[in-house]
Write a protein that binds this ligand. Structure first.
Ligand SMILES: [Zn+2]
Length: 293
């Protein structure tokens, strides 16, 4: 690894180069090696790596989406990762939830996930929250993080995360998967939110679930990996995130479509008439619940 050579190869301006060299000097020799493939990228570089190391990302739901997302965030050197899930590892999880391994069946997912994440990157901090995320606890949970990643599987949890994050101006990445299909979008403060797109919870039984219809593990892997990518871009100011756009993934045809959606002035979460987050409006079942994730 030769970060200084790579910087000079990119031919950057003097002051920019000086800033990058100063940032690289703060990184340890091991960090320069571990994160060399990040640092080589112009849009990240040593300054972006320093930002990642100083960042805190909360992953809610440690299933098919949260598994690849947490692993890629840890591998990239996100300095503090929060892991939230109230479930235990089940045999049927292992087809896609790659944070968890067979000997951990029956153990709390947060313990299984913490072990996997720290085995990959022992230099980061991991905080665990081994309870269901509810309207009563979500504000306290998200307040310590720079970015939230929604890896849950229930619409109730997704609306809850949206409304809490919007009320606090907290960026987050939503994703959902079923069968061969995935979708994701990112909320940036001041931009359209998940509720602008979907407005209200579907009626009970009105939307299929992975538990009923299945999910290909690799589709959850791709989609969760893209959530980690959104977080990394947001935290390093690289490129553009899916703010005001929904990416849909069809794994059967390999069609990826990006569809723009506008802010809804009447949105109850981010619209002008919003009265903010009111925990009493959510039932305690509005949580990161069991299922396919
Ligand atoms: Zn909205």
């Amino acid at each position: 690894m030769a970060p200084f050579n790579s910087l000079s190869r990119r031919g950057r301006g003097g002051s920019c180069l000086t800033n990058e060299i100063n940032a690289a000097r703060v990184l340890t020799s091991d960090q320069l090696t571990r994160y060399s493939r990040n640092i080589l990228i112009q849009e990240i570089g040593p300054i972006g790596q320093k930002k990642l190391l100083a960042s805190r990302v909360l992953v809610i739901g440690l299933g098919g989406l949260g598994s690849p997302a947490a692993l890629y965030l840890a591998a990239a050197g996100v300095g503090t990762i929060g892991l939230a899930d109230g479930d235990q590892v089940e045999l049927s999880n292992l087809q896609r939830q790659i944070l968890h391994v067979t000997p951990n069946i029956g153990r709390p997912k947060v313990d299984s996930a913490r072990r996997a994440v720290l085995a990959l990157n022992p230099e980061i901090k991991v905080r665990v929250f081994g309870e269901r995320v509810t309207a009563a606890n979500i504000l306290g949970l998200i307040q310590d993080y720079d970015f939230v990643l929604d890896g849950t599987d229930s619409f109730a949890a997704k609306f809850l995360i949206n409304d809490a994050c919007v009320s606090q101006g907290k960026p987050f990445c939503h994703a959902g998967v079923i069968r061969f299909q995935g979708q994701l979008t990112t909320y940036s403060p001041g931009r359209p939110c998940y509720r602008c797109l979907f407005e209200e919870l579907p009626a009970p039984g009105g939307a299929p679930t992975c538990g009923q219809e299945g999910i290909v593990g690799a589709v959850a892997g791709v989609t969760g990996g893209l959530q980690a990518l959104e977080a990394i871009k947001y935290l390093t100011n690289a490129g553009t995130v899916l703010s005001g756009s929904l990416l849909t993934i069809n794994g059967l045809t390999m069609e990826f479509r990006k569809v723009k959606f506008p802010q809804n002035p009447a949105c109850s979460a981010c619209g002008a008439g919003s009265t903010g987050f009111n925990p009493s409006l959510y039932s305690n079942s509005s949580a990161a619940s069991q299922g396919c994730r």
